[in-house]
Design a protein around this ligand. Sequence first.
Ligand code: NDP
Length: 234
Amino acid sequence: MSRSVLVTGGNRGIGLAIARELAEAGDNVAITYRSGEPPEGLFGVRCDITDTAQVDAAFKEVEEHQGPVEVLVANAGMNKDQLLALMSEDDFSSVLDTNLTGSFRVAKRAVRGMMRKRSGRIVLISSVVGLLGSGGQANYAASKAGLVGFARSLSRELGSRDITVNVVAPGFITTDMTDELPEDRQNEIKKNVPLGRFGAPEDIARTVGFLAGPGGSYITGAVIPVDGGLGMGH
Ligand code: NDP
């Protein structure tokens, strides 16, 4: 396969592992990054997904470099954890604007070319807490749950064009995001994970690779947990 792939937030963490996985499978992979330098061997475009003009400019750069995006992985995301009583409106809306509206911005821009081509793959990176809930993460969980309704609606809108839209819901994965958690909190979480450990970014990357590859051709509107069993039943 040598398709045009775009992974948002592909400069580090889960996004970087996804980008490397798809590049190793033979795809032309571009990633978005906000600051610093793009990782070795990947085509990087600077983009803040909260800015529609930057999203459009990034897509234009990718299209010029490797053609219209055929596989989109909306991975970029952030958290601003706080108990509801202490959460500012900005803490809430900025997380929604990045995680949910940011995915809307990139998906909307990507489907233009996919509809024309009558094929495409979209994978949205949600989280186990989207369906499980998490105290202190009402903003983050709401944004990640929103991705499920968003993906399922898109899968109905776009299925007739052979565009699949799926959600991957990671559990706790070792990245900068989870490194911020204090060690006692990390140990507490591990006790609730049937597999007893955090996952690696590559665990998510392989699942995205499957959904984006031939194995995913008849899967759409699905929410695939990759969480060591933490969210089972949801
Ligand atoms: P990291 O914090 O390591 O990386 C986040 C990535 O998102 C970075 O590339 C960052 O770019 C990018 N990003 C954040 N905000 C924006 C923005 N406004 N515009 C463009 N890019 C942005 O996170 P992870 O790798 O851990 O997480 C990746 C995804 O997986 C996120 O959506 C996260 O919510 C989700 N997830 C992670 C879990 C985990 O346990 N780690 C569990 C469940 C879900 P930059 O480097 O420029 O800041």
